[in-house]
Design a protein around this ligand. Structure first.
Ligand code: HEC
Length: 156
């Protein structure tokens, strides 16, 4: 009888151990935290982007961005009700190269990713200034873990 009770206890503690182990695995083996990106792609709500260190070109680009782009894209390119966040996975260099930024500014953009409508061409920026703006956006993407390094096609 006592032998029987002992093995029952052993069996029960084994079950308890298994339950704990499964709980720990479920809690630790969770998915990557991409809530930042999800929050942005959800809707048009502006999400604050962190501003990291800016190069000289990035600092010049920040001023130009605020004067020419932030009315729609937000001061830190995190989006407004008029335009999408550029600090966003879909605007990383593999999807939208620096050249596509130049084209967007020069020719405007026909709405295709979002429901904000078209982006008009932005006049009055020299090519050097556009590259400074790109530096600002890429350095924001860097600070917010969208990219690991600023693409060398735009020297910042
Ligand atoms: C009047 C509002 C407005 C202004 C000002 C504006 N944008 Fe945009 N921009 C948009 C909208 C809206 C889209 C999204 C279009 C779509 O649905 O894909 C967009 C998309 C873009 C894209 C993505 C291009 C692509 O190929 O999909 C880039 C890059 C961009 N903007 C950069 C800029 C820069 C840089 C400036 C300032 C020099 C600027 N925008 C100013 C509204 C604006």
């Amino acid at each position: 009888m006592s032998h029987c009770r002992r093995s029952a206890t052993r069996f029960l503690s084994l079950i308890a151990l298994l339950a704990v182990a499964m709980f720990v695995i479920a809690a630790c083996g969770g998915e990557e935290d991409n809530s930042y990106v999800e929050a942005q792609s959800d809707d048009t709500a502006p999400v604050t982007a962190i501003k990291g260190e800016l190069s000289e070109a990035g600092l010049a680009g920040e001023k130009l961005f605020i004067a020419n782009c932030s009315a729609c894209h937000g001061n830190t390119a995190s989006g407004t009700s008029l335009g999408p966040p550029l600090v966003h996975q879909i605007y990383e260099p593999g999807h939208h190269s620096n050249a596509s930024f130049v084209i967007a500014v020069a020719r405007g953009v026909r709405s295709h990713h979002w429901d904000f409508g078209n982006m008009p061409a932005v006049e009055g920026l020299t090519i050097d200034e556009i590259h400074q703006v790109i530096c600002y956006v890429r350095e924001l993407q860097l600070a917010n873990d969208i990219i690991d390094e600023v693409p060398t096609s735009t020297p910042c």
